[in-house]
Design a protein around this ligand. Structure first.
Ligand code: ATP
Ligand code: MG
Ligand code: MG
Length: 307
């Protein structure tokens, strides 16, 4: 089968592992920088070129689109979909999950647990808005932050108010949440591929830190999820429409709470902590998706030759 990995950097661990896993399974694979893909759109005719050459006949695309190139990257992925390529994570699902507020609204709409979250625009409403959350500590986070950057713990009401005002002054989109103290600085990264959690790790924040992200010095250990955690992770990925997802959960008195659903979860931390061949699972799931016509996102998929 002819596969492409949409990634800005072929040297990244995740990209390299996907290439390796595809080649082990005897597929043809290439890495395409989404920013070097350019396209033309005409009624019923979709073309894409890469460094001067036409791209065609790619059965599946595995998107690894960084947050900084969400707009262009998903436009390129959408073009691939229109040209008949399958993607385990459709462009629309990626865009939905990038927006934490929208993600929370969709998950809560399906009854999934999440930290109580508030969102508002006018400074005149700040006091009442924060009052809806209850007593601090509060967590204030940028709507489209990643790797824990832009996630702030405000321990007092005045800190909470002043951070809210500062973000607003910067015209940033952000949301404010109750701080889930029972999580004790740990979260669960559940790696979902299709209808399975193929690997899971517990990330513990370093000393003096509440964010458990590995990029913020957190440490990871393999963990066996309980039934409720597994079911929550699978449902969260399904609600967002993602075949491949990193679902972050916090353990709480109320059961597992979803923090976010990542559409390009990194492979290095999870493969390192668990020893699971996550890249292989993603390739197998993608190839199965191409072969399952009923599940393909695009009707034009049949235009491609069967592999
Ligand atoms: N409401 C909360 N209560 C307790 N801890 C929280 C809360 N929100 C976030 N955290 C901690 O901060 C970390 C980063 O938050 P979050 O996952 O929302 O941000 P992110 O920047 O999108 O990270 P990622 O790199 O996983 O995409 C979480 O993994 C968790 O450890
Ligand atoms: Mg995130
Ligand atoms: Mg996170």
């Amino acid at each position: 089968m002819k596969l492409a990995i949409l990634s800005r950097n072929a040297k990244l661990y995740s990209t390299q592992r996907l290439v390796e896993a595809a080649r082990e399974r005897r597929h043809t694979v290439r890495v395409l920088d989404p920013l070097r893909c350019y396209l033309s759109i005409a009624p019923g005719k979709f073309h894409m070129r890469y460094k001067g050459k036409e791209l065609s006949g790619i059965h599946a695309v595995i998107p690894r689109i960084g947050a900084s190139v969400s707009f262009y990257g998903t436009a390129v992925l959408r073009q691939f979909e229109l040209m008949g390529s399958y993607s385990p994570n459709p462009s629309d699902a990626i865009l939905r999950s990038r927006d934490k507020l929208r993600c929370h609204q969709m998950l809560a709409g399906e009854g999934l647990g999440l930290p109580l979250t508030v969102f508002g625009d006018n400074p005149d409403d700040t006091t009442d808005l924060l009052g809806m959350l209850g007593k601090p500590p509060h967590v204030i986070k940028l709507n489209e932050g990643t790797q824990g950057a832009g996630v702030i713990l405000a321990e007092t009401a005045s800190a909470s108010r002043s951070v809210t005002e500062a973000f607003r002054g910067l015209y940033a989109n952000f949301l404010v949440q109750e701080f889930v103290s029972e999580a004790k600085g740990a979260d669960l990264r559940c790696f979902v591929v299709g209808d399975q959690v193929v690997a899971a790790m517990r990330r513990q924040a370093g000393e003096g830190e509440f964010r458990s992200n590995l990029h913020r010095g957190g440490t990871a250990t393999a963990v066996a999820l309980d039934e409720a955690e597994t079911a929550t992770a699978l449902r969260a990925a399904r609600v967002m429409g993602l075949g491949v997802a990193g679902v972050d959960l916090l353990k709480s008195k109320k059961g597992p709470l979803v923090l976010e659903v990542n559409s390009s979860p990194g492979l290095e931390g999870i493969e390192g902590a668990t020893g699971v061949d996550v890249a292989g699972a993603i390739i197998d799931y993608t190839v199965a998706g191409v072969r399952r016509p009923a599940r393909a996102p695009s009707r034009r998929r049949s235009a491609l030759t069967k592999a």
